[in-house]
Design a protein around this ligand. Structure first.
Ligand code: ADP
Length: 694
């Protein structure tokens, strides 16, 4: 068909053409084949020297194209066609959705001239163009050109429109097939990545697998994975492939710096086919490693909606495909979840290992049972303690070797609330030997998700022995010391009273014996009080008494020893007197204790004071010396039992029980005791006591 002429032959020719086109296109599904076939058929039937077809996506953006020039299929550059679409003939056709006839390209403003046109040949002289429409949907534009002006006419225009109408559906189908194939490829790449990445919980392996997947999908020369350091908030290269791997690992990039920093900041992926054209690219990194980045794709790694790092693929074997970003972002999301899981798993593992270590190395026997008491696990110490080996223990029930205190635990362990252990005392029956007194701590634990009971046992036989010893000692002090001492004292007092006048020497000796015996008696009473107060016994015998009387009696008890060390002794009695409500004997002993300490631990010639006054509804009594003082680090400790200051006590020896008694006695009265002391300046002990109500 050289020239469409008569009406009937034209219609016939058109019908034949439509038939031929539909047959030709029926077997082609691949977009490229469809495009070239449509072009060849058009050029053959409508005539023309060159033809181009642009495929558009649903938003009107060029998706693909084909050009035939002088009978040859040309390498097309879809981007170049954008200009034609913006301001050229194809654009006009696309916008108006109707065919166009340009009889003279020089005078028609819809035609744009190109530089390359007009050198050897003067470019096309005329052109026809038609939209490819499927119903209302624009699929593409086809344009034919001829070097001659006025070559095309209205018939050519009608023909090209007829071809376009036939071709449109084939192009649309091919485009959809291609799109779905690309999507399928992307999702199968993702599915494969997911399967591989999620196959392990080891963090390093997860990172490695992520890199492998990216390298494979993009055939990238190098791949890096950066994670945000929670401390500094920098991006740190945690894993990498490629020749500069060792140089890059551990390097840091600030968020916002370079392309990866931008990705982390914006939470958006980036594909750069040519990094030199983007000013976000951070050249310093390449300079420091000696790597040459040409193209890169980067996407954020997200876990639980937060950005935790960035993935990047560098220098792919072929330019990144249009769906590269989608795929990389998909891997980024997978990676985030996998990394998050691996990190959690690591933490759980670490906690589990720590628990196992604590369990195994505990100095107390620990047994784990189910809720029926069946033993599931036992630590080393449990074997030693019970005398049963692990295999036997695993066949036993916890009730078999100790009596469970159901009163403490409640029926079916009802008293065991989450995380609050229940404690009771019992006896353990080991495989051999006598039963052992134990303290049992039972708590609910969850092991691998299953509810378990943890039984921690403590050997308290030593403590029991000590308790017994203390009880024995107390009854010894009470019966065997205190009552005989009272007898000695009353006898001495009787002898002193019976002495005929003039027996000064004898009177003196009796006086010394009396004072010494009184000291022993005070010590015995304080020991007994300490034991009782520690056991939580309340002070029963509190009576109103003059503070002044107590202070002067206490002062009198130490007057002699102060004089023998030539220590000036001052008394600052409260004026007026204060009535306190106390166990007089106990508080007198507290005062004597503090005064005796001041004498005992201070050098000769230093000063000693006892004073009192009422402060804030309490009486305050102080005992001060100008002796060596007590080091700051000992000031709290010396109130503990058996504690003595590390320096400054010189040759003087004591048990370290006096101040412990003082504190218990004062606190038992609802008061407090404290100390102010400076080395080489002296110490001042102060305590408060309740006032007697009027
Ligand atoms: P003890 O006198 O039997 O050692 P205390 O409990 O009475 O026991 O005192 C504990 C320690 O506190 C003493 O060993 C001594 O080191 C220190 N200490 C107590 N009072 C004074 C003081 N006035 N000056 C210096 N050191 C003191």
């Amino acid at each position: 068909m050289s020239e469409p002429t008569t009406e009937s032959s034209g219609t016939l020719a058109a019908l034949r053409l439509i038939y031929e086109i539909s047959r030709e296109l029926a077997t082609a599904f691949d977009l490229r084949t469809v495009l070239t076939r449509v072009l060849f058929l058009s050029l053959r039937n409508v005539q023309g020297s060159s033809g181009a077809i642009i495929v558009l996506d649903d938003s009107g953006q060029p998706l693909d194209s084909a050009i035939i020039h002088a009978g040859n299929v040309q390498d097309t550059n879809t981007q170049r066609l954008r200009a034609t679409l913006d301001s050229g003939l194809a654009g006009w056709v696309a916008r108006n959705r109707q065919s166009a006839l340009v009889t003279d390209t020089a005078t028609d403003e819809r035609w744009i001239r190109r530089d390359y046109e007009g050198k050897q040949d003067s470019g096309p002289g005329s052109s026809v163009s038609a939209p490819l429409m499927v119903r209302d949907r624009l699929v593409g534009v086809i344009t034919l050109t001829h070097p001659q002006k006025g070559f095309f006419n209205g018939e050519h225009q009608a023909l090209i429109q007829a071809i376009a109408d036939q071709a449109a559906i084939a192009v649309l189908n091919a485009r959809l097939v291609e799109e779905s194939q690309r999507k399928a490829a992307a999702s199968s790449a993702l599915a494969q990545s997911a399967a591989s990445i999620n196959a392990t919980l080891d963090l390093e392996e997860v990172l490695q697998r992520i890199l492998e997947q990216i390298s494979e999908v993009f055939t990238a020369e190098a791949v890096s994975l950066l994670l945000i350091d929670p401390g500094t908030q920098d991006l740190v290269f945690r894993a990498a492939t490629g020749s500069k791997r060792d140089k890059i690992l551990g390097q840091r990039i600030r968020i916002g710096q370079g392309v990866v920093g931008w990705v982390a900041q914006e939470g958006e992926g980036v594909v750069l086919q040519d990094v030199t054209k983007d000013n976000r690219f951070y050249h310093e990194m390449d300079q420091s490693t000696g790597y040459k980045t040409r193209a890169l794709a980067a996407a954020p790694i997200r876990a639980k909606g937060r950005i935790i790092g960035v993935l990047e693929a560098l220098n792919p074997a072929a330019p990144f495909e249009s769906d590269a970003l989608q795929v990389l972002e998909g891997i980024g999301n997978l990676a985030g979840t996998a990394i998050d899981h691996a990190q959690l798993f690591n933490q759980v593992e670490a906690a589990r290992t720590r628990y196992l270590e604590l369990f195994e190395d505990s100095i107390d026997p620990i047994l784990i049972t189910d809720e029926d008491g069946k033993i599931l696990e036992a630590n080393r110490q449990a074997e030693v303690f019970t005398g049963f080996g692990t295999p036997s223990l695993h066949k036993m029930n916890i009730y078999q070797f100790h009596k469970v205190d159901w009163q403490a635990l409640g029926q079916d362990f009802a008293a065991l609330h989450a995380d609050r252990p229940v404690m009771y005392e019992s006896h353990l029956h080991p495989s051999q030997g006598d039963e052992i007194a134990i303290e049992v701590h039972v708590r609910r634990v969850s092991i691998d998700g299953a509810p378990r009971l943890q039984w921690q046992m403590r050997d308290i036989s030593e403590r029991r022995k000590l308790d017994k010893l203390r009880e024995d000692l107390m009854s010894m002090i009470y019966h065997d010391l205190r009552s005989p001492l009272s007898n000695v004292i009353s006898s001495l007092e009787l002898i002193a009273a019976m002495l005929p006048p003039g027996e000064a020497n004898l009177a003196n000796l009796i006086e010394i014996a009396l004072r010494s015996t009184e000291r022993v008696q005070r010590l015995a009473s304080s020991l007994l009080d300490t034991a009782r107060l520690e056991a939580g016994q309340r002070i029963g015998n509190q009576q109103p008494i003059s503070l002044r009387a107590l202070m002067s009696e206490a002062a009198e008890a130490v007057e002699l020893s102060a004089r023998s060390k030539e220590m000036p002794f001052e008394t600052a009695y409260p004026e007026p007197d204060i009535t306190v409500r106390v166990d007089a004997d106990m508080i007198r002993r507290v005062m004597i204790n503090l005064l005796e300490n001041a004498v005992k631990y201070s050098p000769e010639g230093t000063h000693l004071t006892i004073g009192a006054m009422a402060v804030d509804g309490m009486a305050q009594v102080w005992v001060a010396d100008t002796g060596k003082g007590i080091p700051a680090e000992d000031q709290e400790r010396i109130f503990e039992k058996y504690a003595r200051a590390r320096i400054g006590t010189g040759a003087a020896k004591g048990l370290g029980l006096g101040l412990a008694f003082c504190r218990l006695a004062v606190e038992g009265h609802g008061g407090q005791i404290w100390l102010k002391s400076e080395l080489d300046k002296g110490s001042m002990f102060t305590f408060s006591l309740p006032l007697a109500k009027e």
